[in-house]
Design a protein around this ligand. Structure first.
Ligand SMILES: Nc1ncnc2c1ncn2[C@@H]1O[C@H](COP(=O)(O)OP(=O)(O)OP(=O)(O)O)[C@@H](O)[C@H]1O
Length: 358
């Protein structure tokens, strides 16, 4: 079996703030033991609420910030230890697109020049061919040759994002990290940019780490999904499995809070009650326990077992919630035939009721 394009293993990031002469040093546990893979030509959608650590993971993958632990393998090769010089070469294979392309486009530089700069820097084309390549890239993202001589402010938000995509593609990357790349756009423009990204994936074989807080966007764009809660991945899997059969209670809450994918479906969206814990406070139990409808007392004192990470498979981190679901789905008939199951479900129900009463 060939190696996946990117393999992230047990990635951890803790920021230390304060300290010094008078301040007390504090640790923000922002990313905790995160593992996932991105296959060639796949879009891995990383979704979670604000502050869950999505941007940090994107930056860790590109080594724009350094991890405290874990490893990163690009095409099977460890890149976590590479020197700055080696990383500069590797960065050509990995690009990033931000939410606000205006911030990353110099207002004084014509867009043709902005796209040509990385081609020249990495000497990807002979000088005389650079202009043709810029035109080719503009056309690839649905813009025209005549737009090369305009300045960024002459474009709409959606067009600017297309320019950012063209510039990222200029170095022929294998992986593009899209950090909230469509979040600032109107819905109809969002759909156009998402379709463009999917089209480029099919035509060029590029892969994406697509970061978004919006389940509806992830549903449209992702082939695989990772659901992040307070720095931990609580569920990963193929998109059709995660959306068709979400297993973690947090995934279900995110889905209930997002619009129905069925046109005309008037289902009420349910806001997620409560707040995630601060990264500065890491209690021993499950981070999601205070918001979890299936939580029992034990969840507040110990982390529920994590199912082992295995490549490409659907995994649910919370074995306890899974077991509760499985048992409650048993029909009375099945439960009668299986006294052990019946006993177990009675115990779980009682534990849950007691935990709610306290
Ligand atoms: N340099 C830093 N020092 C201390 N804490 C940080 C630093 N950078 C990020 N954090 C904290 O890490 C947590 C995760 O931030 P991050 O930006 O990765 O989350 P996010 O899921 O991308 O959220 P958002 O969608 O709001 O950008 C936040 O609580 C943030 O305050």
């Amino acid at each position: 079996m060939t190696a996946p394009l990117l393999e992230v293993r047990n990635l951890t990031k803790t920021y230390r703030t304060g300290g010094g002469l008078f301040g007390r040093e504090r640790a923000a546990h922002v990313v905790d033991d995160v593992s996932f893979v991105i296959e060639k030509g796949a879009t891995f959608g990383l979704v979670g609420e604000s502050g869950s650590g999505k941007t940090t993971i994107g930056r860790l993958v590109l080594r724009l910030v350094e991890a405290n632990g874990g490893s990163l393998l690009l095409d099977g090769e460890e890149i976590g230890e590479k020197s700055d010089a080696e990383m500069r070469r590797l960065r050509q294979r990995m690009q990033i697109i931000f939410q606000d392309p205006f911030a990353s486009l110099d207002p004084r530089v014509k867009v043709g020049e902005a796209i040509a700069a990385p081609i020249r820097l990495h000497r990807l084309r002979p000088r005389r061919d650079v202009r043709d390549r810029v035109v080719e890239l503009l056309e690839l993202v649905g813009l025209g040759a005549h737009q090369a001589d305009r300045f960024p402010h002459e474009f709409s938000g959606g067009q600017r994002q297309r320019i950012a995509i063209a510039r990222a593609l200029a170095v022929e990357p294998e992986l593009i990290v899209c950090d909230e790349a469509v979040s600032a756009l109107d819905l109809s423009i969002q759909a156009q940019v998402i379709n463009l990204l999917a089209d480029l994936r099919d035509r060029l074989g590029v892969s994406y780490l697509f970061i978004s807080h919006d389940m509806a966007v992830i549903r449209h764009v992702a082939t695989h999904v990772g659901v992040l809660y307070a720095g931990r991945l609580v569920e990963t899997g193929e998109a059709k499995e995660v959306f068709g059969n979400p297993r973690h209670p947090y995934t279900r809450m995110l889905l209930a809070a997002s619009p129905s994918p069925v046109p005309g479906d008037a289902r009420q969206r349910q806001a997620i009650a409560g707040e995630p814990p601060s990264p500065y406070e890491r209690a021993p139990g499950c981070r999601f326990a205070s918001r979890c409808p299936s939580a029992i007392d034990a969840c507040r004192s110990e982390q529920p077992p994590l199912s082992t990470f295995s490549r490409g498979s659907h995994q649910a981190a919370c074995i306890r919630a899974e077991e509760f679901d499985r048992l409650t789905l048993l029909s009375d008939e099945e439960a009668r035939m299986s006294p052990a199951y019946r006993l177990r479900i009675d115990l779980l129900r009682r534990a849950r009721a007691e935990s709610r009463a306290t």
